[in-house]
Design a protein around this ligand. Structure first.
Ligand SMILES: CCCCCCCCCCCCCC(=O)SCCNC(=O)CCNC(=O)[C@H](O)C(C)(C)COP(=O)(O)OP(=O)(O)OC[C@H]1O[C@@H](n2cnc3c(N)ncnc32)[C@H](O)[C@@H]1OP(=O)(O)O
Length: 194
């Protein structure tokens, strides 16, 4: 059985999402939003190293290969890791809106077991926007981009200011991020009005 909770149903006044004119072109790799990110960071040795690519409209695709370090049961991906892959894929949609947002709610269906070594082919799209609330959904397929769905999720992201991170993050990482020109460039790529 599956179904989504009421808080993931866009309200009546929700509107269609609009791709930002400066969003990466369809087919372009989005890159990591933060080098130490567990989902996408290239400098994070324990992470998923998920790579997302812009699609048409406010959609994207992503790939992630399940590693031995991602096991829950012997030879199978941990459910939390799979939820992370969905969360990261959904969060990457914000590059296309050029909006900084954090996950408020994530509902996940685990449909099929995912063995170690599997390439997960993920796809995600924003379904609606209502003020600061961004509604989206994602699915992960195995065996190829058109293979059967193994995992899927619906999510609600909430737009925040960059202060959300500055005020709440551990000072040493915030200080390092703020003195890293590459990180500031990435942060600016997310914001319409930095
Ligand atoms: C230094 C440089 C750094 C640069 C970094 C740049 C790149 C960054 C990219 C990084 C990406 C990394 C990404 C990550 O790491 S995401 C990491 C995981 N997520 C979090 O840590 C978020 C933690 N939560 C919060 O901080 C707050 O709760 C937020 C900010 C989400 C909302 O608190 P806020 O006080 O702001 O707003 P509000 O409470 O008035 O709510 C507003 C509306 O939303 C609705 N709502 C809220 N929650 C839920 C819910 N669970 N279900 C259903 N609905 C929910 C709420 O009803 C209301 O609706 P309405 O009444 O308006 O209709």
């Amino acid at each position: 059985m599956s179904g989504i909770s009421a808080s993931l149903t866009p309200p009546a006044d929700a509107v269609a999402a609009v791709r930002h004119p400066d969003a990466p072109a369809p087919g372009e790799l989005l890159g990591a939003h933060y080098g130490q990110c567990f989902g996408c960071g290239e400098d994070q040795p324990h992470g998923l190293h998920l790579q997302a690519r812009a699609g048409e409209g406010v959609s994207l695709t992503a790939e992630f290969t399940v590693q031995p370090a991602h096991q829950g049961a012997p030879g199978l991906a941990h459910g939390g890791v799979l939820a992370t892959a969905l969360d990261e894929t959904l969060g990457s949609l914000n590059w296309l809106l050029r909006t900084i947002a954090v996950t408020g709610r994530l509902e996940t269906d685990f449909v099929r077991p995912v063995p170690v070594g599997t390439v997960l082919y993920l796809e995600a799209e924003v379904t609606a926007v209502a003020g600061r609330k961004i509604y989206s959904r994602a699915a992960g397929r195995i065996g190829g981009p058109d293979g059967p769905v193994a995992i899927r999720a619906e999510a609600l992201f909430i737009e925040v200011k960059v202060d959300h991170f500055v005020d709440n993050g551990r000072p040493q990482e915030i200080k390092a991020a703020m003195s890293d020109p590459d990180q500031l460039r990435r942060a600016r790529a997310f914001e319409v009005n930095p």
